[in-house]
Design a protein around this ligand. Structure first.
Ligand code: PLP
Ligand code: COI
Length: 354
């Protein structure tokens, strides 16, 4: 652990808490009172500040806007049943933050600065953490290039910021997903494994088309053959096939999810056979037809454990077992919630106490 981060804190004159409707918290629309900001210049991170949440002034020439030197993370803080506050596995996100930075030619942020910036902000805004089931404080750290220079080259200056806000789950009902066999989100040698802003922008048109056709999400497939499953647009994907937990192995094209790792750890602990390998569309659909596919879900921070209710492929719609009767995904969600809300012990040390 490095020494404690020296943060200058400017608090809001008046909190917006009283005027926030905690009974209506769609994902990503409500922000807490404060945000964290730091600057990178002359080869180092400096000016660590917490200031009132609000607009920031920037040059219109910044490389983040023109060439996509921009990426983010997503993690959550929970209010425990005894009132304590924790953040879920923040060092995993810190490590992934730096993998994204490296791929986009952006500076590394020491993991302790990442975690301490989040802990300080969450501590100051802890009254914004909803104390109700399925709710949490969503934390969005991000970094972007701010050189006012239109040449295509890595910027020399950057901002690192953290904003957060109270939220319920990203998806409110079992997902109707379409297996995408035309567009690609990522290809080998690309940067699908990074949480780059551009990955999400490029996914919007295919998703918009799928939503127009009546689907909630896409399952992305490999860019070469469109024969193997990769991930959902905002979560990793998992299947319980013939009693085994099966998920695509991570590679260049797939984000290595924190929730993914968490679910696989629990499944192994519970004695399930876990297979991280290429997962073909054919085997999953065969399982849907012959009844061996008993569970399918997205796993992600915002998504939590999001059951897949129906899968479309090649004009055929496959209805999967009733999500309310599924043993595995229900047990995972319950166990995760019990750990995150401090109902049971945290044997894996996943809760970072604030
Ligand atoms: N895949 C993508 C593309 C995502 O955006 C996310 C969300 O962060 C995930 C997977 C799941 O990752 P995690 O569990 O770390 O949130
Ligand atoms: C997250 O789960 O933190 C994400 O980043 C998903 C987001 C794109 C909604």
């Amino acid at each position: 652990m490095t020494e404690t981060l020296d943060i200058t804190i400017t608090k809001v004159a008046k909190s917006r808490l009283a005027e926030t409707d905690f009974n209506n918290l769609p994902f990503g629309r409500t922000f807490s009172d404060h945000m964290f900001v730091a600057d990178y210049a002359d080869g180092e991170w400096k000016n660590f500040q917490i200031v009132p949440y609000g607009e920031i002034g920037l040059s219109p020439a910044i490389s983040a806007l023109h060439y996509g030197q921009s990426f983010f993370e997503g993690l959550k803080a929970y209010k425990h049943v005894d009132g304590k506050v924790s953040v879920f596995r923040p060092y995993m996100n810190a490590a992934r933050f730096n993998k994204s930075a490296e791929r986009l030619c952006m500076p590394e942020l020491p993991e302790d600065i990442f975690v301490q910036s989040i802990a300080a902000l969450v501590d100051l805004d802890k009254d914004w953490i909803p104390a109700k089931p399925n709710h949490s404080l969503y934390i969005r750290p991000f970094m972007f290039a701010i050189d006012p220079y239109l040449g295509v080259a890595p910027s020399k200056t950057y901002k690192y910021m953290v904003i957060c806000g109270p939220t319920g789950p990203y998806f409110s009902k079992p997902l109707r997903v379409k297996i995408e066999t035309h567009y690609s989100r990522a290809v080998e040698g690309g940067f699908g494994y990074a949480k780059a802003a551009g990955n999400y922008g490029g996914a919007m048109l295919p998703l918009k088309k799928a939503v127009e056709e009546g689907y909630d999400q896409l399952i992305w497939t490999d860019g070469k053959e469109h024969a193997y499953m990769e991930e959902l647009g905002a979560a990793n994907v998992m299947f319980l096939l013939d009693g085994k937990l099966i998920t695509p192995s991570t590679r260049d094209t797939i984000l290595k999810g924190v929730t993914r790792d968490t679910v696989l750890t629990l499944a192994r602990e519970w004695g399930y056979t876990v297979e991280e390998r290429r997962v073909s569309i054919a085997e999953v659909l065969e399982g849907a037809k012959n009844g061996k596919l008993t569970d399918a879900f997205g796993a992600g921070t915002a998504a939590t454990i999001a059951p897949i209710g129906e899968i479309e492929h090649g004009g055929n719609l496959y209805t999967l077992p009733d999500p309310s009767q599924r043993e595995f995904s229900k047990k995972v969600l319950k166990t995760l919630d019990e750990i995150r809300y401090g109902v049971t012990a945290d044997p894996y040390g996943w809760n970072y106490m604030v």
